[in-house]
Design a protein around this ligand. Structure first.
Ligand SMILES: C[S@@+](CC[C@H](N)C(=O)[O-])C[C@H]1O[C@@H](n2cnc3c(N)ncnc32)[C@H](O)[C@@H]1O
Length: 183
């Protein structure tokens, strides 16, 4: 199993035909395409990235799969409140790190990621799910993970449940899938 499979298996329980989802780190569009298939023609996916090459790859993938329920946005995810209403989103996915087969010097950073998670929590509807897959080590280092762990610990437990998963016996900085449920 990959971390991605665990996340997708959980997401399937929260996203239905007609749902509104945000892919906060579109990258090559694989999560965007996965969400697009789940929400169907009556739903919508908003996908964000700061790199034009991510939008280009994602557009190509969606066109090949004839998926046209996605809005592609070239903007930082910390601005996501510009693109959706409060309490309206069923699922938000973050897949942190750098663009696979892209520029490894451009990756997610703690300050903007924390702002984006806070913004996203307001956008989630009651009963909604946020997934944050924390990739760290390698070219992007440990700074983001080290800042995120205490931040996630302090999220208001009267409003949200934060579930931290661990691939406990994996070697070499295994990704950490985090699931945040809005009460
Ligand atoms: C690990 S990749 C995402 C992989 C993607 N989910 C997929 O299925 O291919 C992380 C992406 O986050 C993007 N990113 C970095 N900082 C960002 C920000 N502030 N706002 C939005 N996207 C950002 C990077 O450009 C990169 O494409």
């Amino acid at each position: 199993m990959r971390a991605l499979d665990l996340v997708h298996n959980v997401v399937k329980n929260y996203v239905k035909e007609g749902s509104l989802c945000i892919d906060a780190t579109m990258g090559r569009g694989y999560d965007t395409s996965f969400l697009s298939a789940l929400v169907g023609d009556s739903g919508k996916v908003i996908a964000m990235d700061i790199q034009q090459s991510a939008l280009d790859s994602t557009r190509e993938l969606l066109n090949a799969r004839k998926q046209n329920n996605v809005e592609l946005i070239l903007d930082s995810h910390e601005n996501m409140t510009k693109y959706a209403e409060e309490n309206s989103v069923d699922c938000i996915m973050f897949n942190l790190g750098y663009l696979p087969n892209g520029d490894h010097t451009i990756y997610t950073h703690a300050d903007s990621t924390i702002k984006a998670i806070n913004a996203g929590l307001n956008l989630l509807r009651s009963g909604g799910l946020m997934c944050v897959s924390i990739y760290y080590g390698g070219d992007s280092g440990y700074e983001e993970k080290d800042a995120l762990m205490p931040f996630l610990k302090e999220i208001d437990d009267t409003k949200y449940q934060v579930i931290m998963s661990s691939f406990y016996n994996w070697k070499n900085d295994p990704p950490i899938p985090v699931f945040i449920l809005k009460n």
